[in-house]
Design a protein around this ligand. Structure first.
Ligand code: BES
Ligand code: ZN
Ligand code: ZN
Length: 488
C-alpha cells in the first residue's frame, strides 16, 4: 500500500516510465484537463470521452502512459464522486514495477480545491490497500506501490499540508481495516487493548487497560457476563487524547469491541456466524480516529472507552434468563445472548457518562436489521443530540460515508420490559430491531449528556471490493469522525 505522496509540478514533457492517472471533470462540453495536457482535448473528444463519471480512456505511446478518468460535471463535483472512478482506475492500472502518478488539473480554487486534493489523495491511496498477510502469494502490484507522485498544475507549499493530512487519515483508515480484517484467533480482547498500548509509544495519548478481574471489581457486570464464556479474558481500554490541554472539556467515543460473536449459547446458526470476526468494527473505528487525531496533532480533547470481549460458549458462559447489574446500577435480564453488543456498550456508556463529557458518540456493528433497513451504504444514527446527527449527515454526504437518522420512539420502550429486572436486552416484539438497540442503550447514558448512537453493521464491511474499498473491512467512519471532531 502507498505510504507516501510526493508533490510535483507537471512539466511540459510528461512523466515517462510510470502509469499516470488523470482525473477529468467537465464543464458542459469542455474537458477540464491540466493545462499541460490541453493538446489531448480534441483527441479525447473524438474518442467520445466526455468526462462522465467512470469513463476511462488510455493513451500509451510506449513512453507516456496516461489513463484519463471521467469524474463528472465540475459544478456538481462532490468529493465522493471522485472515489469510485479514481479508486477503480488506480486498482485497474496498478502495475508491478511501475510507479504510480496522479496528474491533477487546477479545477477549483480555495477550499474547494483543497477538498478536491484531499479526495485525490484518499481515493488513490486507499485503492492500493490490500490485506494479504496470510497469503503466500501476495498482490505484488499493491504491495510494491509504496509511493504516489501527485503532479499538480500549480503545486504550492499550502498544498503540502493538505496532502499530508489526507495521507494520515488514509493510513488511519487502513489501520482500522487491518484490525477488522484480522481473523479472531489473531485478535483476542487482550491483544486489541494492547494494540492501543503499543500505539501509545508513537502517539500523544494515554492508554489505561483494565483486565477481567478489574472489570468485575469496577462493577461492569455486563462486560464481564458477555466475556466470561471465552477462554480469552475480557479487557477494557480507556484512551485519553488531550490535544487542547488548556480546556478540560472532552468528547467521549465508545466502540463495540467483540472480537468474535458466536451468538453465545443461543449460538448463531450455520453461516450466520461467518464474518463475525468483524464484530469489533465500532471499536476499530474509534481506534482509527484516535490514531488519526494523535498523528494530526488535532487540537481537540477526546477520550475513548472500548470494551473488548469474545462472545463465546463454554460452561461459564452467560445464559438467557440471567440477570446482571450494569455499571449504572440498572439490572438487565438476558433474553438473548446474541444481543451482546448493547450489553458491553451499556457499561461503557454508563462509565463514560460518569466522567461528564460534553457529548458521547457510540459506534457498533449492533444489528443485522440495519442492513435490512438501510442497505450497505448508510449507517443508522439515533440519539438525543439532534445537532450532531445533522452535522454527521451533512459531513457524511460530503465524504461519502452516509448516515441516516432513525427515530428513538419512546413508545417502543415498553417492548423491552422485563418481568424481573429493570430492562431486557431484546424486545419481545421482533420489529424495528435497530431502533430497539438504540432504545436499550439510551437507558445507560446520563440524560443530561447529548448522545448519538451509530449502528455500522451494514457499512463496516463489504462482501466485494470496489472503488476505494477492498474486500471486507471498509474503515467506514474514521474519516467522518475525524472531520466531525476537527471541523467546528
Ligand atoms: N453482531 C451482531 C450484529 C450483526 C449482524 C453485525 C450481522 C454484522 C452483521 C449482533 O451482536 C447480533 O447478533 N444482533 C442480533 C440482535 C438480536 C438478537 C436482537 C441480530 O441482529 O440478529
Ligand atoms: Zn450478537
Ligand atoms: Zn455482535
Amino acid at each position: 500500500m502507498v505510504l507516501s505522496v510526493d508533490l510535483r509540478a507537471i512539466e511540459q514533457s510528461l512523466p515517462t516510465g510510470m502509469r499516470c492517472i488523470v482525473p477529468v471533470a467537465h464543464d458542459k462540453d469542455t474537458l477540464l484537463l491540466p493545462q499541460q495536457l490541453s493538446d489531448f482535448a480534441s483527441m479525447l473528444t473524438s474518442q467520445d470521452f466526455t468526462g462522465k463519471e467512470g469513463q476511462q480512456y488510455i493513451f500509451n505511446d510506449g513512453k507516456t502512459y496516461l489513463v484519463f478518468v471521467g469524474i463528472g460535471e465540475q459544478g456538481k463535483l462532490l468529493p465522493r464522486h471522485v472515489q469510485r472512478p479514481l479508486g477503480n482506475a488506480v486498482r485497474a492500472h496498478l502495475h508491478k514495477g511501475s510507479e504510480l502518478a496522479v496528474l491533477a488539473a487546477h479545477i477549483a480554487t480555495g477550499d474547494a480545491y483543497t477538498s478536491y486534493l484531499t479526495e485525490l489523495v484518499l481515493s488513490s491511496v486507499l485503492a492500493t490497500y490490500s490485506f494479504t498477510k496470510y497469503k503466500s502469494k501476495k498482490n505484488e502490484a499493491k504491495e510494491q506501490t509504496k509511493q504516489i507522485l501527485l503532479f499538480l498544475e500549480k503545486p504550492t507549499k499550502e498544498y503540502t499540508a493538505t496532502v499530508a493530512r489526507a495521507l494520515e487519515i488514509a493510513k488511519s483508515i487502513a489501520w482500522t481495516r487491518d484490525i477488522v480484517n484480522e481473523p479472531s484467533n489473531a485478535t483476542p480482547p487482550q491483544y486489541l487493548a494492547y494494540l492501543l498500548k503499543s500505539d501509545e509509544k508513537n502517539a500523544p495519548f494515554h492508554v489505561e487497560i483494565f483486565d477481567g478481574k478489574k472489570i468485575q471489581e469496577m462493577g461492569m457486570q455486563l462486560v464481564w457476563a458477555v466475556g466470561k464464556g471465552s477462554s480469552e479474558d475480557p479487557h477494557f481500554a480507556k484512551v485519553t487524547y488531550m490535544g487542547n490541554p488548556a480546556n478540560k472539556k472532552f468528547v467521549a467515543l465508545v466502540g463495540k469491541g467483540v472480537n468474535f460473536d458466536t451468538g453465545g449459547v443461543q449460538v448463531k446458526p450455520d453461516t450466520y456466524m461467518n464474518t463475525m470476526k468483524g464484530d469489533m468494527g465500532g471499536a476499530a473505528l474509534v481506534m482509527g480516529v484516535m490514531h488519526a487525531l494523535a498523528r494530526l496533532g488535532a487540537e481537540v480533547n477526546v477520550i475513548a472507552y472500548l470494551p473488548f470481549v469474545e462472545n463465546s460458549v463454554d460452561g461459564g458462559a452467560f445464559k438467557p434468563d440471567d440477570v446482571y447489574t450494569a455499571f449504572n446500577g440498572k439490572t438487565v435480564e438476558i433474553k438473548h445472548t446474541d444481543a451482546e453488543g448493547r450489553l458491553i456498550l451499556a457499561d461503557a456508556l454508563a462509565y463514560a457518562s460518569l466522567e461528564k463529557p460534553t457529548e458521547i458518540l457510540d459506534f457498533a456493528t449492533l444489528t443485522g436489521a440495519v442492513t435490512v433497513a438501510l442497505g450497505p451504504k448508510y449507517a443508522a444514527v439515533m440519539g438525543t443530540n439532534q445537532e450532531a446527527m445533522e452535522k454527521l449527515h451533512m459531513l457524511g454526504e460530503e465524504v461519502g460515508e452516509h448516515v441516516w437518522q432513525l427515530p428513538l420512539e419512546d413508545d417502543y420502550r415498553k417492548f423491552m420490559n422485563s418481568d424481573i429486572a429493570d430492562i431486557a436486552n431484546v424486545s419481545e416484539k421482533r420489529v424495528a430491531g435497530t431502533i430497539m438497540g438504540g432504545i436499550f442503550l439510551k437507558e445507560f447514558v446520563d440524560a443530561s449528556i447529548p448522545w448519538v448512537h451509530m449502528d455500522i453493521a451494514g457499512v463496516a464491511t463489504t462482501s466485494k471490493g470496489d472503488g476505494i474499498h477492498s474486500d471486507f473491512a471498509t474503515g467506514y467512519g474514521v474519516r467522518l469522525m475525524v472531520e466531525y471532531l476537527t471541523r467546528k
